[in-house]
Design a protein around this ligand. Structure first.
Ligand code: SAM
Length: 286
């Protein structure tokens, strides 16, 4: 009888484990080791290369925060680029904005999309079939380095900088994202748990510096991204985009006309307040 537990291997000397009630899919894809299993507390769970990516029970936190903060801060985004995001959660949240006219999603691993559609259907909830969506199977870095299209918001919903995800933390990727952004555009990205991966925040801020005038992070507390708050990278050329009042965001959120379970205007503006240990580390980077 194989071990009914899934041990996350993101950190060598510390980690979380999940009782696997049922393994729904487990196989290497062209790019990474993919598993989707059922857990009594977190529902269906997906992991790639030993790292928990998303769970049915807490996915709304991360997907709402990585989507609605940039889109409501921008205020009039029509064209959105998603890098990664194979489970479809970000795409689902982006499409809730009726003002968004076109979404391109660049995912390196077609099998992640296919298996998540089949075994994690509530994440995408039909989003991949929306007429506004264009799915591209490609490396996100190669795509943005060669892309001639322009977008208002770019969301990098990437894995950790391990395996194929490493490319999405490199300077060429950030350079490519900048050249794909319209005037007034916003770039956001998954950037790890700073208490556990502090170098990631410093490296990202330094690598964004040549391309964006304003670089910082905002936070969300996602239970299955263990070790503390999750940092989300933020970059644009106008610091004012992240400094709207809670009242302005509340007006835009009301106009957007949908309900959320974690995101709200006060969390939006408060999420940019960073813990002092992170402020101190980032202060070393101009
Ligand atoms: N929410 C998760 C997190 O915070 O770690 C990320 C979820 S999503 C499943 C990550 C996606 O990034 C996966 O579908 C993976 O295949 C994709 N990915 C990894 N490297 C990529 C690359 N270079 N280009 C495009 N997609 C990539």
């Amino acid at each position: 009888m194989s071990d009914p537990r899934y041990l996350e291997t993101l950190y060598p000397s510390y980690g979380q484990q999940f009782e696997m009630e049922e393994v729904l899919f487990r196989a290497p894809t062209e790019h990474q080791e993919l598993i989707i299993f059922k857990n009594q507390r977190f529902g269906r769970v997906m992991a790639l290369d030993g790292v928990i990516q998303t769970t049915e029970v807490d996915e709304f936190i991360y997907h709402e925060m990585l989507t609605h903060v940039p889109l409501l801060a921008h205020g009039s985004a029509k064209r959105v680029l998603i890098i990664g995001g194979g489970d479809g959660g970000i795409l689902r949240e982006v499409l809730r904005h009726d003002a968004v006219e076109q979404v391109t999603q660049v995912e390196i691993d077609a099998q992640v999309i296919e298996m998540c559609k089949q075994f994690l259907p509530n994440h995408s909830a039909g989003a991949f079939e929306d007429p506004r969506v264009n799915i591209v199977i490609d490396d996100g870095k190669a795509f943005v380095m060669n892309c001639t299209e322009k977008f208002d918001v770019i969301i990098s919903d990437c894995t950790d900088p391990i395996g194929p995800g490493e490319a999405l933390f490199e300077s060429d990727f950030y350079r490519g994202c900048k050249q794909c952004l319209n005037e007034g555009g916003i770039f956001v990205a998954q950037n790890g748990v700073p208490f556990m991966q502090p170098d990631e925040a410093e490296t990202t801020k330094a690598r964004l510096q040549p391309f964006f005038a304003d670089r910082t992070f905002y936070c969300a507390a996602v239970p299955t991204y263990i070790g503390g708050i999750m940092s989300l990278a933020w970059a644009s050329d106008d610091a004012g985009l992240r400094q709207h009042s809670t009242e302005v965001i509340a007006e835009r959120f009301a106009r957007a006309g949908f309900k959320t379970r974690y995101y709200n205007p006060a969390i939006h503006t408060g999420a940019f307040a960073l813990p002092q240990y992170l402020v101190d580390r980032l202060a070393k980077i101009d």
